[in-house]
Write a protein of this length. Structure first.
Length: 262
């Protein structure tokens, strides 16, 4: 009786695994047959992907993904995700790719495939406008905020300053960190320069940028390790868009200049 029960459990587990795997699409052929690609993003990450005053999803990466989808003949469906769970969401098949100011790092290269790098970025130190913090060394004894599982967190942990901080505080979203910075609860935030400078341009003089920053890096689109044919299709279209000037037009729309690599 026990053997029969164990066998039944094993069969049920196998069927569950097979059923789950059937929902994960790793080839371009299968994705094209389905007719749409699911793009995972943090919908608070301005100006790459965020909600406007009417609640519509807008942004540089949003426009970029839509143009790629149109050229490939598939619908683009955007799926907001918990940034801390992005790799889990990707591997489970909930999303097909991560396209949202995703920094290419050594640790992430072990977990996913990346498209061609398309934008250069740094991890900058953002402080209140009246702050005396200007160098990384000025963070000694200070409360520093980062987004959990972000490139900012990784770059801070890789720097010797991490052992001298008063506290490293991790937030689910940058909006929370910036609110606490504005209120004086924390002393500084390490944030993508792309996002930080956009926020400063939209604020009323609440923040400024320290002169020294952390890592220099590039953005790419992230895919499952098995999704090389999907990655290749995206790469081909991105290269076409760079060559025909469409990428430049989208960049100028959001940044008033062409910051595209290539």
């Amino acid at each position: 009786m026990k053997k029969l029960l164990v066998l039944s459990i094993m069969i049920l587990s196998l069927l569950t695994v097979v059923g789950c795997n059937q929902g994960v699409i790793n080839s371009w052929e299968r994705l094209e047959d389905r007719g749409y690609m699911i793009v995972g993003l943090d919908d608070t990450f301005a100006p790459m992907g965020f909600r406007d005053n009417s609640g519509n999803l807008v942004g540089f990466d949003v426009d970029l993904a839509k143009e790629v989808g149109e050229r490939l003949g598939v619908e683009v469906r955007f799926q907001p995700i918990d940034w801390d769970s992005k790799v889990l969401e990707l591997n489970s098949g909930t999303i097909d790719m991560i396209w949202n100011g995703l920094t290419i790092t050594e640790s992430r290269l072990e977990e996913m495939l990346f498209s061609i790098p398309y934008i250069a970025n740094t991890q900058m130190i953002m402080v209140a406008s009246d702050s005396s913090i200007n160098l990384i060394s000025d963070l000694t004894g200070k409360k520093l905020g980062v987004q959990i599982s972000s490139a900012a967190e990784e770059s801070v942990n890789a720097n010797a300053i991490v052992s001298s901080l008063g506290e490293l505080i991790k937030y689910d979203q940058y909006n929370q960190a910036l609110l606490e910075l504005k209120n004086g609860t924390i002393d500084a935030v390490v944030i993508d320069e792309i996002m930080g400078r956009y926020i400063i341009s939209q604020s009323e003089g609440d923040y400024k940028v320290a002169s020294e920053n952390f890592a220099s890096e590039t953005y790419g689109v992230g895919f499952r390790l098995e999704s090389d044919s999907i990655r290749d299709k995206i790469n081909n279209v991105l290269n076409d868009m760079i060559e025909d000037g469409t990428a430049s037009e989208i960049s100028i729309k959001w940044f008033d200049e062409d910051i595209f690599l290539g």
